[in-house]
Design a protein around this ligand. Sequence first.
Ligand SMILES: [Zn+2]
Ligand SMILES: [Zn+2]
Length: 383
Amino acid sequence: MATTEIVYPLAFPKSVAHKCEICGKTASRMCAKCRVTYYCSEEHQATDSNGIHDKICSTLATIRAKQPFLPSEEERRDRDREIREKKLRLIEVTRMIGERHVFQSRYDAAIPAALASLKLAIEVHGPRSVELIPSYLVLAEASLGLKQLNQCWEYLSQAQYTVLQQQDHAPPAITSQVARNMAQLSIARRDYDEAARHLANDIYDASLFYGTEHYKVAGGYFLLGKVFKLMNRLEVTESLYTQVTQMWYNHLRRLLQSRVVFSDMEAVLGKQDNDEDDEENTTNPSKLDLATEAEAHNTLQTLLAYRHETSHGPTTLQELNKIYHCFTILYFLARDYIQVRDSMRNIKDCSVREIDEDQQRILKFLDQLNRMKALMKRQQQEN
Ligand SMILES: [Zn+2]
Ligand SMILES: [Zn+2]
């Protein structure tokens, strides 16, 4: 949190009006390390430092510093390309850090990270590009988390305006996300009719892009179930929540199958996952990315609470088993094997053949893993 470097107030020429990285007001301080980032106050510097700047300070120094003159056009082109690539990478990294802060409910820290990604995206893509929308959405989510509903509305309006300017060329994956965020704001404002309208758009666009049964569509159904619950239309909630459980159940089972087949060797051989390695998180298809994992946890927790509070019939038991099985797979994919065994114990009835088969597969895997580890340990001791 604390900025350790010395700050030189007004250590830059007065003629250049630098702006605060956080609020855009006239700056009076500069980061002494990169010397290319400015702030209006110590408070805003601390906010930025805490949320993102410490992680990107040195990279910003290389891309924002005044570049020496290069005589050859080819050299200049190469340098421009290199800087552009660095910026593109930094947009991804800062946005991902912002999302991570949101998942961890660190909304204050998410804002500077998302602002950094937005600023870079404007530099690279221009102010009207759809490429800016993911940053607006992180900003909107963080504002909603901070209960700053007007601020949230402003970011979403920017996102919506950007969509409208594409004249029907905005990708449905993006428009569905904007609609889903709009719905979340409407829920916070207790405007449930409006929320349902946004969610209808979300579900339509997401189905168009991903297919109707895809887990990416589940988020829209899940929120719609929540809206109907708030409106006391419980029979609709019941059917929507059942559908959402099934969608996650299918998705996670598929992931489990690909995971056990393709990646068990690396786990057995003790190849460690590095959670900080964002690149791997996004490129390995058999692995859950952070956003999906957080969404799955959040959704399943709500579904579990709902099943516990509603009536206990055979259908409820079946739904509970499915939900616990989803948790088991989630923990398994995260290699949290203690939690795997705990959530397995919650499955009361193994009459569902699929669940039983999956469980046998997981247990067999864990057993092999333990034996392999014991063997490796013994070999190490002998050597
Ligand atoms: Zn400021
Ligand atoms: Zn800096």
